[in-house]
Design a protein around this ligand. Structure first.
Ligand code: R5P
Length: 277
């Protein structure tokens, strides 16, 4: 097998190749003055199994086009099998026509990947809220890796075994409850109402005692940080000694910085979208 990293897949691609004992190459990329991509494989793919690594953030639109072009080309160049490794799957949150006329983007993104010729698809903690599993989106082998053990270990090591785990909204329930069980903490989620893209209203949780505790908010995604800050405000009012945030996907380093500036003690994320956090 050969691991080929697209632009956003370089950090994880190198590690993956090392872990598999596979050879490693990077897709050459240039951006034309008009914004179009010029891409080129630097190594022969004929007859090989190719793992194409691309995180679909930052720049989800460019990253997705780069990945789709790479899959199709790898097949044209004779790759025996193309396994896509996308540590972050973009557009998963738009899984329903919330308002008339809206685009349901998750199905279109998966369609593009699959129909470009991918033979298998691996991702980490895809935001599957109203969709039960990746098999709803893909008919090829599609694996959604979850990392509750890694998140729980980080919490136990850095915050302590008596950390209290909460979720900022119902959508975080799946990942949060599992992490809480592994940490040995009680668990509840806030109720969140998104008033607009940036305005969020939280209703306080009832079942978890936060007074005097080191509380950790666990979520799959931190994007603007608004969800975490809304929940943190309540937790502070409820008497939490400290509030930290642990997520799978931190969309931007700036969001992490914003959380730290606003009193979040620790911010920790996996490296599906590499950053200093
Ligand atoms: C919600 O669907 C997700 O689980 C996250 O809570 C949400 O995407 C976070 O967004 P933001 O950081 O912008 O509030």
């Amino acid at each position: 097998m050969i691991v080929v990293a697209c632009f956003n897949g370089r950090v994880i691609g190198k590690k993956l190749a090392l872990h598999l004992g596979a050879s490693y190459s990077e897709l050459w990329k240039e951006v034309f003055p008009d914004g179009e991509l010029h891409l080129k494989f630097k190594t022969a793919l004929k007859g090989k199994e190719v793992a194409l690594v691309q995180s679909l953030s930052p720049n989800p639109n460019d990253s997705l086009v780069e990945l789709v072009f790479a899959i199709k080309t790898a097949k044209e160049l004779g790759a025996k099998k193309v396994v896509v490794v996308a540590p972050y799957l973009c557009y998963a949150r738009q899984d329903k026509r919330f308002h008339g006329g809206e685009v349901v983007s998750n199905k279109i993104a998966s369609h593009l990947i699959q129909h470009a010729g991918a033979d298998a698809f691996y991702t980490v903690a895809a935001h599957l809220h109203r969709v039960d599993s990746l098999s709803t989106l893909f008919s090829i082998k599609a694996v959604n890796v979850s990392i509750p053990n890694e998140m729980a270990d980080w919490i136990k090591k850095n915050i302590g075994k008596d950390a209290v785990v909460v979720g900022p909204d119902i959508e975080s329930h799946r990942v949060g409850r599992e992490v809480a069980q592994l940490v040995g903490s009680g668990y509840d989620t806030f109720l969140k109402k998104r008033v607009s893209g940036s305005r969020i209203k939280h209703t306080a949780i009832a079942k978890v005692e936060c007074r005097g505790k080191n509380v950790v908010i666990v979520d799959d995604i931190i994007s603007t940080g608004g969800t975490i800050l809304g929940a943190a405000k309540h937790l502070k009012k409820m008497g939490a000694k400290s509030v930290s945030a642990v997520c799978v996907h931190l969309m931007t380093e700036a969001a992490g910085d914003k959380l730290k500036k606003n009193g979040i003690k620790y911010v920790a994320s996996s490296n599906t979208i590499p950053s200093k956090y």
